[in-house]
Ligand binder design. Structure first.
Ligand code: NAP
Ligand code: MG
Length: 488
C-alpha cells in the first residue's frame, strides 16, 4: 500500500463542511471494510442531521460569491482540482480499489482518468456555452437568461463512488452552484479524499461539502431542507421513487439516475467473438455491479449454442482475486450483503425453472480466504423468470433465444427498465433500426458500456427521470431558465 494511502486511511475522517473537518469524540462510526479481505481499513464518523443543516447553510452562504465568479474563474478552480487528482492518481486509484474491491486495472484505466477528464470537459465547456439565448418573437425583444439554482444536493450509490461523484457535481459547480454531497455509507473514501484535495487546492469554503452517514437520515434530511434548490440522486429505482416523492412534496426539482437490466440482442450475423468478449466483460467489469450493463442476453436461436460456448469459455478464464493485484480480472462483490443478494437470486431463478449454464459460486481465491468473492453465472430459461426481470447487480446474466426481430424486441420490452441496451449484428441498417426502437436512454451498436464526454447518458422508465450526465445538456440541467422580455 502507498504511504499516502496509509496516511489517509489512518487519518480521522468525517464530514467536510465549510472547509472544516467535523470530528467529534462521541460520533457514531462506520467501519470501512476492504471487501477482498473483510478487514477494517478506515473508520468514518457519521454525520448528523445538524451537520447536514450546517452544510446547507455553508453552501448557501458560499453561493453568491461562487456564482458571481466568471466561467473562466470557476474553470480555473476545476482545472486545479484536475491537476490535484492527476498528482494523486495512484493514491486515489488505490483507495477506490480498497474501498469497493474493483480492480486496480479498472480504477487506473477507467474510473480515475475519466474523472479527471470530467473536470476538464465541463471546465472548458462552461467557458463556451452561452447562458443567454435570444428569442425571435414578433414585436418583442426577448431572451432566456439562465442562472444557477443555488445549493444542489447529491446522493450517490456505492458501486462507482468516485466516477459518479464527478459526473454528478462537476457540471453543477461549473454552472455556478454550490454542492452538498452524501456518499454511500458503504464506500465514502474516494469522496472524502476528493474533499481533502479540494481543501488543498483552495476551493472557496462552502462550495463543496460532504456529509457522511445513512440515506435514511442524511439523504432524507437533504430532500426535506427548505434551502435545497435541487437534488440529484443516483441509486436504486426503489429508493429513487421515494426521493422523487419527497422532493416532489417539497417542490424541489430532482433528477433520478436509477437501476437497469440491460438487454443485448445478438443476431445470427453478429461477430460472435466480439459479442462474447463484450458481454463477458459486461458482467465481470466491476463484478457486474454496473447499472447499465447487459444482463439479459437475447440471442438468435441459430447461434445460441456457439455464442454460449464462447462466452462461458471467456467467463471461466477470468482470474478472480484481490483488486490490487495487477493480473486480477475480477474482484469481489462490494459487500457480503450484495453477495448474498446474488446467491438468493440464483436460487430463486433456478427454483422457478431456469437452468445454470454456468453456476455462480462463492469462492476463496488464494490469499483472500475471507473476501466476498463469487464466480460469474449464466442462467437460461423463459422470460417470466425473476432473474430475467429483476436487477441482480452482480456477475450474472440470463440468456434467452429469439426467432426473429419482432420476438427479440418483445423480449427487450417485457420489463420496465430503460437504461442501456446493445445490438450485435453486421447489418448496419438493422443495427440502427433496432437501436432506434429499443426504449432506453442509451443503445449501443456492437459494443456494451460505451461512455464519452459529449455523449449524453441517462435512463427512462424505471431507470431514470429528469436528465442525465456527461453532456452539454447536463450543464444546462444545473442552470434554471428565466425569460426577460420587452414589448417593442
Ligand atoms: P440505493 O440503495 O438506492 O442507495 C443509493 C444512495 O441513496 C445511498 O447513498 C443511500 O444511502 C441513499 N439512500 C437510501 N435510502 C435513502 C432515503 N430514504 N433517502 C435518501 N437517501 C437514501 O442504491 P445502492 O444499493 O447504493 O446502489 C445500487 C443501485 O444504484 C443499483 O440499482 C444501480 O443500478 C443504481 N445505479 C444507477 C446508476 C445510474 O447512473 N443510473 C449508476 C450507478 C448505480 P446509504 O446506503 O449510505 O444508507
Ligand atoms: Mg442499497
Amino acid at each position: 500500500m502507498l504511504e499516502d494511502t496509509k496516511a489517509f486511511l489512518s487519518s480521522p475522517l468525517g464530514s467536510f463542511i465549510n472547509n472544516q473537518w467535523v470530528l467529534r469524540d462521541d460520533a457514531a462510526i462506520s467501519e470501512i471494510i476492504d471487501p477482498c479481505t473483510t478487514e477494517t481499513i478506515a473508520s468514518v464518523q457519521r454525520g448528523t442531521e445538524a451537520d447536514l443543516n450546517a452544510a446547507v447553510d455553508a453552501a448557501n452562504e458560499a453561493f453568491p460569491a461562487w456564482s458571481a465568479l466568471s466561467a473562466d474563474e470557476r474553470a480555473g478552480h476545476l482545472h486545479r482540482l484536475a491537476d490535484a487528482l492527476e498528482a494523486n492518481f495512484d493514491t486515489i486509484a488505490e483507495i477506490e480499489t480498497l474501498d469497493v474491491g474493483k480492480t486496480i486495472t479498472n480504477t487506473k484505466g477507467f474510473d480515475i482518468p475519466f474523472g479527471v477528464d470530467c473536470l476538464r470537459y465541463f471546465a472548458d465547456l462552461s467557458k463556451t456555452l452561452p447562458t443567454d439565448t435570444e428569442l425571435d418573437i414578433k414585436d418583442m425583444e426577448a431572451r432566456i437568461h439562465r442562472v444557477p439554482y443555488g445549493v444542489c444536493g447529491f446522493i450517490f450509490p456505492w458501486n462507482f463512488p468516485y466516477n459518479l461523484l464527478l459526473w454528478g457535481i462537476v457540471p453543477a459547480l461549473a454552472a455556478g452552484n454550490t454542492v452538498v454531497i452524501k456518499p454511500a455509507e458503504l464506500t465514502p473514501l474516494s469522496t472524502l479524499f476528493f474533499a481533502k484535495l479540494a481543501e488543498a487546492a483552495e476551493l472557496p469554503a462552502g462550495v463543496l461539502n460532504v456529509v457522511t452517514g445513512s440515506g435514511s437520515v442524511i439523504g432524507n434530511a437533504m430532500c426535506n431542507h427548505p434551502k435545497m434548490k435541487r437534488v440529484s440522486f443516483t441509486g436504486s429505482s426503489e429508493v429513487g421513487k421515494q426521493i422523487g416523492a419527497t422532493c416532489g412534496g417539497n417542490l424541489i426539482p430532482c433528477k433520478l439516475e436509477l437501476g437497469g437490466k440491460g438487454a443485448a440482442v445478438v443476431f445470427e450475423d453478429a461477430d460472435l467473438d466480439l459479442a462474447a468478449e463484450q458481454l463477458s466483460a459486461a458482467i465481470t467489469f466491476n463484478t457486474g455491479q454496473v447499472c447499465c450493463t447487459a444482463t439479459r442476453w437475447i440471442v438468435h436461436e441459430s447461434v445460441a449454442d456457439a455464442f454460449t460456448q464462447k462466452v462461458t469459455d471467456l467467463l471461466k478464464a477470468v482470474k478472480i482475486g484481490h483488486g490490487l493485484q495487477e493480473d486480477t480480472g475480477m474482484g469481489p462483490m462490494a459487500s457480503e450483503k450484495q453477495r448474498q443478494t446474488v446467491v438468493d437470486y440464483l436460487q430463486k431463478g433456478q427454483a422457478q425453472g431456469a437452468t445454470a449454464l454456468l453456476a455462480g459460486e462463492c469462492l476463496r481465491p488464494e490469499g483472500c480466504e475471507k473476501g466476498y468473492f463469487m464466480s460469474p453465472s449464466l442462467l437460461t430459461g423463459d422470460i417470466d423468470n425473476i432473474c430475467f426481470k429483476e436487477e441482480i447487480f452482480g456477475p450474472s446474466a440470463y440468456l434467452t433465444t429469439f426467432t426473429d426481430e419482432a420476438d427479440a424486441m418483445k423480449q427487450v420490452h417485457s420489463i420496465e427498465y430503460g437504461l442501456a441496451n446493445s445490438v450485435f449484428t453486421q447489418d448496419m441498417e438493422r443495427a440502427n433500426r433496432v437501436a432506434n426502437n429499443m426504449a432506453a436512454g442509451n443503445n449501443w451498436i456492437n459494443a456494451h458500456n460505451v461512455f464519452a464526454y459529449g455523449l449524453p447518458y441517462g435512463g427512462v422508465n424505471l431507470s431514470g427521470l429528469g436528465g442525465g450526465v456527461n453532456s452539454p445538456e447536463t450543464y444546462y440541467d444545473y442552470l434554471r431558465p428565466q425569460t426577460v422580455a420587452r414589448p417593442l
